[in-house]
Design a protein around this ligand. Structure first.
Ligand code: SF4
Length: 62
């Protein structure tokens, strides 16, 4: 099975990650979290949820 088959979706923030995104930080624990969250499970990522809730706030305030 190829990796393309295993990854069905990718976090929209991977292209423009925040400084605290796991995919931008060094260390094995961050690599493990990047593998866990940054593709198929990004909707469970605490950073994704924090950023998304911030965007919702901006959108609803305009
Ligand atoms: S899944 Fe989380 S850590 Fe990964 S790019 Fe998205 S917001 Fe950042």
């Amino acid at each position: 099975m190829s990796i393309q088959t295993l990854i069905t979706k990718i976090c929209p923030y991977v292209e423009f990650p925040a400084g605290d995104c796991f995919c931008t930080r060094d260390g094995s624990q961050n690599i493990i979290k990047a593998v866990k969250y940054c593709s198929n499970n990004y909707e469970e990522c605490p950073i994704f949820n924090e950023r998304s809730s911030g965007l919702e706030k901006i959108v609803t305030e305009n």
